[in-house]
Design a protein around this ligand. Structure first.
Ligand code: HDE
Length: 747
């Protein structure tokens, strides 16, 4: 047992997943026996949920603590029944007239089973269909208590939350690591009702007015004729739209940056995007923008990694979130606000706060922390929770109000509307995951899937028959009486909405050289996939208005002339927009260890990785248990299954010969050609190319050389002392990647 609690938890999970003792209990699940080889013959009671899992809290359809478990209908009793509780002796054969006779229509069990199956799917979300979610808790620091009366933001109040992360364009089954915006939607079950903060990992949006939403999404989704490409923006209709509709330029350059391919949901910022209005106890108001800041830092994949992961592990982000929580390495974010005076013109330092294509740089308005969110439990059932959760920007609590951002106005309508078709009626708030933890006393009645049994006879007001209840609540939610600046009715927008290029330029100028290289590469890749020449040329005209270097490099990559066009003035860069150049915690990072002949050295180093709160995965030519003294050490990845994209750093305990035995020893049977197993050289050359820290001892240098890694390359450490090598690798990992491996011409 080691001292670091995260490492201890990681250890337990690794044991649970891989080192199962076939005769004993499953670690962490007392009383649960491992599955037997033969089909069990004795019925048994329900299994408890796994330690990392928690279902929705048990509240009734009217928001009262129900005392029963929300999983009341979960699978797990001893004997099979129909949906209505009648026990069944056989579910393997249809009811037939004779052994080879026809199946009978009267087989009610067959019909119930197949009919229910036929209706298992609901419409997927029209956007953000692919997602993963977790339960957690939000604890307020109390720092916002002077500016908002929201009870959940008062000091030390703890509020249960459910968070769903998502991609935008892809279908439910699409890959996690595509280049796209990520959704970051949080449901706060507050004592005053539900508050949903439905944000993204990019602080701006493609459009300024909700009426354009169907246009941008139709452009981004697969082409309607062949339904390709899936979950991609690299196609003609997307670039046709954004090159014509230049208010999308800011969001698009964020997508082309490293923000479009996060390393993990745990390593993303979240943004409320719009400006909101906070209301204090005394009625005073401020305007705010919400930010989530991940404790693990903001990190991204590199593009080739993201592409490989699409095939090697399409569930990479989903798996990473669930594994981290299961391991006890709970992801954390600080919620913060940028605050602005609530002036009549609703601008700050000349920036229109009602224009969702604009940010306010953090250097002008610092993000002030107001609380900490910790995700600490995985859902028990994907469909009941992650799929059925219904977010809505209109789920507001007293103390938080919306502004007149025309993008937000459309969302206030859309989210309620979409749930009705997705979840089959107006009572979706009664699904367990959506139930408020505050008493509900509405006068909404009946409808599809009504599960509340409303007592009383007078769901109307005024009434006298139910004693006049429900009464208006004097302390309830009030819209701020902000004076509306009147003007002519019309399909209008303020003049400031015409500035489409100054902030894309601000973003570009704020990036480090290597991040700029990635932006150039991303535009070049995406536009290379565009078929129509005119679309590429038009987009180059857009880039010319952001920056001549960006435009020139992309034009060169496409083999097209550089168009005329001049960028605007140089805004002061915002260093907060760059992800590179700081040091971050390494807890929860995944370290691959290629086993070598000295299994004891591997054991020691694996333990040291665990003690550092990271996740070690032992890689060897074949599965099984490594020899040596001490506890048996299970191989978690064979050479056949290990791929570099799964690891943040790799340690090499020797150069395994082709076809080596379980220890990687060189004296094994001959197999594949070359001095070092080609699967290991692929592992190392990819990791090197993706700027990952590498370390090795024994004859690891032979493996590095075989992988084409130049001696003395930055971020590649070898030596005789495995512990010192690990120390170097951890230092490099604190910077996320070894960026100096790729000196940029833009520096
Ligand atoms: Fe959404 N959006 N959106 N959106 N959005 C949906 O609601 C919509 C926008 C965001 O994990 C839908 O339940 C309109 C901005 C997230 O369940 C739908 C407009 C931002 C999620 C919808 C926007 C978002 C959604 C689809 C333009 C960041 C996933 C299914 C006015 C601030 C929530 C659903 C989850 C989902 C409409 C723009 C974030 C159709 C009309 C801006 C994170 O209602």
């Amino acid at each position: 047992e080691h001292t670091n609690p995260v490492a201890r938890a990681v250890d337990k999970v690794i044991d649970a997943v891989t080192d199962r003792d076939p005769s004993g209990e499953i670690p962490g699940r007392p009383g649960v026996e491992p599955p037997s080889l033969a089909e069990p013959v004795e019925p048994r009671g329900p299994l408890p949920p796994k330690p990392d899992q928690r279902g929705p809290d048990a509240f009734t359809a009217t928001g009262q603590p129900s005392g029963e478990t929300a999983a009341a209908r979960a699978q797990g009793g001893e004997f099979l029944t129909t949906a209505t509780g009648t026990r069944l002796p056989d579910t393997d054969h249809s009811l037939k007239a004779g052994v080879r006779g026809p199946v009978l229509l009267r087989d009610h069990h067959l019909r119930e089973k197949i009919t229910h199956f036929d209706h298992e799917r609901i419409p997927e979300r029209v956007v953000h269909a692919r997602g993963a979610a977790a339960h957690g808790v939000f604890r307020a620091y109390g720092t916002a208590a002077t500016v908002t009366r929201a009870a959940f933001l008062a000091k030390n109040v703890e509020t249960p939350v459910f968070v769903r992360f998502s991609t935008v364009l892809g279908s439910r089954g699409s890959a996690d690591t595509v280049r796209d915006t990520r959704g970051f939607a949080t449901k706060f079950y507050t004592s005053e009702g539900i508050f949903d903060l439905v944000g993204n990992n990019i602080p701006v949006f493609f459009i300024q007015d909700a009426i354009k939403f169907p246009d941008v999404i139709h452009a981004g989704k697969p082409h309607p004729d062949r339904e390709i490409p899936q979950a991609q923006s690299a196609h003609d209709t997307f670039w046709d739209f954004v090159s014509l509709h230049t208010e999308a330029t800011h969001h698009t350059i964020w997508n082309m940056s490293d923000r479009g391919i996060p390393r993990s949901f745990r390593m993303m910022e979240g943004f409320g995007v719009h400006t909101f209005r906070l209301v204090a106890e005394d009625g005073g108001t401020v305007l705010v923008k919400f930010h989530w800041k991940p404790k693990a830092g903001v990190h991204s994949l590199v593009w080739e990694e993201a592409q490989l992961l699409g095939g090697v592990d399409p569930d990479f982000h989903r798996r990473d979130l669930a594994d981290a929580i299961e391991a006890g390495a709970f992801p954390e974010w600080e919620l913060g606000v940028q605050m602005f005076p609530d002036t009549q013109d609703q601008t700050y330092e000349g920036i229109d706060l009602l224009d969702s294509t604009k940010i306010v740089p953090e250097e002008l308005a610092p993000v002030q922390p107001v609380g900490l969110m910790t995700l600490n439990a995985n859902p028990v059932n994907f469909f009941a929770e992650t799929e059925q959760v219904a977010f809505h920007t209109g789920h507001l609590v007293p103390g938080i109000d919306v502004t007149d951002d025309p993008l937000l106005a459309g969302r206030m309508f859309s989210y309620l509307d979409t749930q009705i078709s997705r979840l089959g009626g107006p009572n979706f708030d009664q699904l367990p995951i959506n139930r408020p933890h505050a008493p509900v006393n509405d006068m909404l009645r009946d409808g599809m899937h009504q599960t509340a049994v409303h007592a009383g006879v007078a769901p109307y007001r005024p009434n006298s028959l139910d004693g006049g209840c429900p009464f208006h609540a004097p302390d309830g939610y009030v819209e701020v009486p902000f004076p509306v600046a009147a003007g002519p009715r019309g399909r209008l927008a303020p003049a400031s909405y015409d500035d489409h290029f100054s902030q894309p330029r601000l973003f570009w100028l704020s990036l480090s050289p290597v991040e700029k290289e990635h932006v150039i590469a991303a535009y070049t890749f995406e536009l290379s996939k565009v078929f129509e020449q005119t679309i590429k040329e038009r987009q180059l005209q857009v880039l010319a208005r952001i920056d001549p270097v960006l435009c020139g490099e992309v034009a060169a990559g496409l083999g097209l002339p550089v168009p005329e066009g001049v960028p605007g003035a140089d805004p002061a860069p915002s260093p907060a927009l760059s992800q590179v150049g700081r040091t971050w915690p390494v807890a929860g990072r995944v370290i691959g260890i290629v086993a070598g002949p000295d299994a004891d050295a591997v054991r020691t180093i694996r333990q040291a990785v665990l003690d550092g709160g990271m996740v070690p995965l032992v890689i060897a030519p074949t599965g099984g248990v490594l020899p040596g003294t001490g506890e048996p050490m299970t191989v978690q990845r064979t050479f056949a299954a290990a791929r570099s994209v799964e690891f943040d750093a790799i340690l090499v305990a020797g150069a395994p010969a082709p076809g080596a035995d379980a220890t990687g020893a060189r004296d094994a049977k001959a197999g594949l050609p070359g001095p070092v197993d080609p699967r290991v050289t692929l592992l190392l050359s990819e990791a090197y190319r993706h700027a990952k820290p590498l370390g090795g001892w024994g004859d690891a240098e032979d493996a590095f050389a075989a992988a084409g890694i130049p001696p003395g390359a930055p971020g590649v450490t070898s030596g005789d002392d495995p512990a010192a090598v690990l120390g170097q690798v951890i230092t490099s990992l604190g910077g996320h990647r070894v960026w100096e491996r790729f000196p940029s011409a833009l520096a």
